[in-house]
Each structure stands twice: as C-alpha cells, then as structure tokens.
Design a protein around this ligand. Sequence first.
Ligand code: MN
Ligand code: MN
Length: 466
Amino acid sequence: MEKKELAYKRTYVWDKLNADERKDVMEMGEDYKAFLNEGKTERRCAAEIIRRAEAAGFECICSKSSLKAGDKVYYNNRGKAVMLAIIGEEPIENGMNIVGSHIDSPRLDIKQNPVYEAGGTVLLKTHYYGGIKKYQWTALPLAIYGVIVKANGEKVEIAVGDGADDPVFYITDLLPHLAKDQMSKNLAEGIEGENLNVLTGSLPVDDTEASDRFKTALLNILNERYGIEEEDFVSAELEVVPAGKARDVGFDRGLIAAHGHDDRVCSYASLAAMLKVEKPARTAVGLYVDKEEIGSVGATGMHSQFFINMVGEIIALMNGGNCPDLAIRRALAHSTLLSADVAAAFDPNYPSVGDNANFAGIGQGIAMVKYTGSRGKSGANDASAELVGKVRKLFNDHNVVYQTSELGKVDQGGGGTIAYILANNDMDVIDAGVAMLSMHAPWEIVSKADVYMTNRAYYEFLVNYR
Ligand code: MN
Ligand code: MN
C-alpha cells in the first residue's frame, strides 16, 4: 500500500505548471504590466477596467431596460469604482459569487492651495493618501495624474511624467553632509508630511521687478497648456505617483516591480477572470472599489451603499421594475465574497516579523487569509472553518495552488481589508489574494506565477463555487 503523505507542505506554483502554462504565466505578466501602466490612479484604473470590459461585451447597466441570464453589465461609480456583473442562470436571491478588490493605492495628493515659490523654485504642497513611509517618497522621479474642474465646469485631465518625452517631478531630500539632526530622528519622523513638496519649476518670468516671479511663470504655463488659473486647484484631484513603467525584476524575469500592486494585482486577476466567464450558474460579480487605503469611506468606497443599490437595480431589471427589499437582502445573505486583497509575503531581509509557518511566501499561490486584524484579531472578519473548507476544496479540485497567510507575528502589527464590510450583510467572506513584498512602497513586488494562479483561483470561484 502506498504511504500517504500526512504533513502539509509549502508548494511552489512554478513546480505545478507544464511548459504551456509557464508560457501563459509570462504572457499574463506582460498584459498585467500594460494594465498597470494604463491605470496609475483609481480613475485611470477604473477607465481601463471599463475599456476592457466593453471590449469583452459588457454594457453599461444605465443602458439596459431589462436583464436576463448571461447578460454582462457594468456600473461606473463616479469614474472611481466599478462593478461588473454577469447574470447567472439561477435566481440572484440564491446568492452571487463576488470577487471584491480595490483600485486606490497609497500616493501623494496635491492640496487645494498648493502653489508656492521658494529658493528659485516653484513647488506644489501635498497631503499623503494611505499608509506610506514618507522617507520613501523623496529623491525619485514622480508623475502627476488627475483632473481639474474649471470655474465653467469643464473638466481637464492631467497626465505628466510617464510619456516618453515628459518631464518628471521630484521631492528633495537633505544631503547627508547636513543631515546630522535629520539622521538622528527615527524613520517615522525623519521626513515630515509638510516637507513632501513637489518640485514643478525653476524658470522665472522675465520681469525682474515682479513679485512671485517663479509662481507666476508656472501659472502661465498651466494656463497656456490647460486653460486653468490658480483657483482651479480648489476643484482638482491631482495625484503624485512614481514615474515609470512596471518592470520585470530578476535575471529570470519572474517578478514585477510597479506602483500600486496593492491592490491592482488582485483587481487585474479578478478582471481577467470576469472577462472569461460565460453563462455562470450563479451571478458573477467583480467589484473594483476606491478609498480602501483610507478606510473604505465615501461614495466610492466599500462602506457606500452603491453595491447594494446596484443589486437592487439588477433585481428590478430582471423583475419588471420591481425589487422587494427582501430580495436584495436574500441576494446579499446568500452570496459569498472573495475579498481580493494583497497579503504580506516573507521578506528574506526581515525574517523576524512573521511566524514563518503562517506567513505567505512569494511564488506559492493565492494566499488565503482567514483573519486579518490586530492585537487578538481585533477588527477581523475571521472566516468560518466551514467556508475555508469549501474554498480549500474548490481550490484543490481545480489545481489551484494556495497558501495560507497571517499578517506577521502576533502583536507585531496588523491591518484590514473590505472583508468585514460586506460580511456585515450576513455574507460569507474570506480574504484571498496575491502575496507581495514591500507593500505600500513607491515600487512594490509581486510574482508573475502568483498573478497567474490568483487569476485561476478567482475564475474557478466565480464559475464553480456553490
Ligand atoms: Mn489592499
Ligand atoms: Mn493597502
């Protein structure tokens, strides 16, 4: 009799793939990098999701007068969050299979009154967004993306720093020679938030007697190029992100460095899965939400009612315009959500922060996170053993390489995702996503094999989970 291996072992995705699948990993890596390069902010990412969805046959739900099984629709929430849905054969009250990710990432936002000049330069003041290590954002090339709504209501789009001939922007840091006081501070205080001012110009207007010659020169350029004046910054959303495209990392090209893997890597894996789903039994939903990095707040964050409203709209469109409240509640309560967010991976430079038996690793497949939270699981969704058991079986039955993950050692720190928010609708929820290195750094790292395997996991969940 063959002896069964009883011990649970870590598995590497690469070891489980045949030659064709390994090629697919690399091809998907190229497509993922293109997705990242198009969508360096939540607005641009939402636009790219909708562009790809439309190309795959999704229509705006706003254009529909009825819905039936097999229909593919999207909802665009203010250009910052997107819902994709493929109507299932079963009544939606039986529940949906939902993959929910976020498309906002840590960055620097330009303030409402940002422009000032000093020392022969002109700068823009910023307020950081999400959990950043401020010292990481100095002395590197930066790009500016966003929108400016002018006094007449016209919206101007800004995208500077990633075009082949574009200039970049920059936040200065102190030279080591004069950094005695700075270097004696801790990392959290070495660079202060009010010092994250972005260099945007250095050439004055010709009138040497004029005041604010550098600021005036910048305002002149912005007026010529975009037709804006200083007050227009009040109604602008401009985001500063690292300049440059996503790049392969390593001689073997197995990893990708990019800004915003958290959480566009899960958004990409989920989108690519949704675009392949045809005629699912249960209604398949892909959620791509905003504001996760600052608490899932606002109309475009997961705490917003927009998703629940859209479930109501879908029910009404399938039901001659009628939508009983109980139908929405049943649809939500019978649904299951894979909360698709990134997990921290074991970092060989910092081996002491995790319990390594319970820490995700690079290249070891989709990371299932039963609970997040901190200090005694506080704030965690904590998926049930029954749910973990079903998802684990689904993954094992469909050759999905998975691992489990916990965010570091007990009491080392912690974090959260959108999981608990949707769970409040009486819904089964588990976190499952890509393990990554240098989370929330200007450039983060993921493994192409993990992107591929996470895409497979989401697809199998959307199509076969019940
Ligand atoms: Mn995240
Ligand atoms: Mn995050």
